[in-house]
Structure formats: structure tokens, C-alpha cells
Design a protein. Structure first.
Length: 185
């Protein structure tokens, strides 16, 4: 009888070791995800803005990060400037209401990941790569399991047709990302 128990236990351990790890998909929590951009204004100082509505999902273990940014949710704390930035001179949010990112590869090393994929803005798609770091993970007060990551990438806005005022605004724009997601059951 002990031999049967030992054989069954050994088989169960071998099966568990051979089974692939379960990928965990996380839905981006729009209320706790931030996309903040910075650009140099007139070569004098930095100007900041953010997008208030970001959706998507991720699973770093499966190499997946999909992000959809609502271009109309752009906010800089100045109504006139926000309307101008949403207009045809910049994001043309009426014609291009979404800025998207879809990963093609994620390399994980502990709490740090290198994300590579396609960023689409104003109808133009470019391959980008940027680092992110896990900020933390755990259960929230409502019983959900969450993870959070942060990172940043710098893009040349001219590559995406956001080319208004090339002498007044830096071509390089930094996007700072703070993403929080809820594990899907």
C-alpha cells in the first residue's frame, strides 16, 4: 500500500512540475492608471499633461500588454490648451480617438520587465521598447488581487504626425506610465 501511495505522490509531483504555469490576466483599472506626458516648451521649461481614461489588459508572464488611451481624455488643467491639443494641430482626437499599444514581446527579470510592441498614435504605428518595474502586488480591501507597474518611454512626436510648432515644443515627448490592474477570475 505504501508503494502505491509513493507512486501516486511521485506521479502527482511530476504532473505538477510538468504543467505550464497558469497565466494571469489583469484588467487595467482606469481609476488607478495614469499616463502623464512631458514636453519642453520654448526651450525654457517643461509642460505636463495627462490622459484621464486608459483601458486594456496585461499578463507579463504571457508577454501581453494591451493599452487603449482615450485621446479625448487629454487634460492639462487649461481648457483652451486642451481643446487645441485635441484638435488637428496635435492629436486630432476627432479623427483618431484612440492611442494604442500592443506588445509583441515582454522579457521578465524579477520585478523588472522590458516591453516591446507597437504604439499607434494619429494613425501611425511605430515599434517601441521600454522598461517597466513592478511597484507592488497584493489583495485590495474588496478581495481583488492587484499588481502595479511603472515605466516611461520617450518618443519623437514627429514620427506620429504630431508636428505642430516644431521650434516651440521639443520633438521628444516622455510618456510616464503608472498601470494598476485587477486579476481576472
Amino acid at each position: 500500500m505504501n508503494r502505491i501511495k509513493t507512486t501516486l505522490l511521485a506521479s502527482a509531483i511530476a504532473f505538477a512540475a510538468a504543467a505550464p504555469a497558469q497565466a494571469a490576466e489583469y484588467k487595467i483599472d482606469s481609476d488607478h492608471t495614469f499616463v502623464v506626458f512631458e514636453v519642453v516648451h520654448l526651450g525654457i521649461g517643461k509642460a505636463y499633461g495627462m490622459f484621464r481614461n486608459t483601458t486594456g489588459s496585461y499578463d507579463p508572464d504571457a508577454g501581453k500588454l494591451n493599452v487603449v488611451i482615450d485621446a479625448n481624455s487629454l487634460y492639462t488643467a487649461n481648457k483652451k490648451r486642451d481643446e487645441h491639443l485635441r484638435g488637428p494641430d496635435f492629436f486630432n482626437a476627432k479623427q483618431f480617438p484612440e492611442i494604442t499599444f500592443e506588445s509583441t514581446k515582454i522579457d521578465t527579470k524579477g520585478d523588472e520587465i522590458q516591453v516591446t510592441g507597437n504604439l499607434t498614435m494619429k494613425g501611425k504605428t511605430k515599434k517601441v521598447s521600454f522598461p517597466m518595474k513592478k511597484v507592488g502586488e497584493g489583495k485590495d480591501p474588496w478581495g481583488n488581487y492587484r499588481t502595479g507597474y511603472e515605466g516611461s518611454l520617450t518618443v519623437n512626436r514627429m514620427d506620429f504626425g504630431v508636428d505642430y510648432m516644431p521650434e516651440g515644443l521639443s520633438k521628444e515627448v516622455t510618456l510616464n506610465l503608472a498601470v494598476e490592474g485587477i486579476k481576472q477570475k
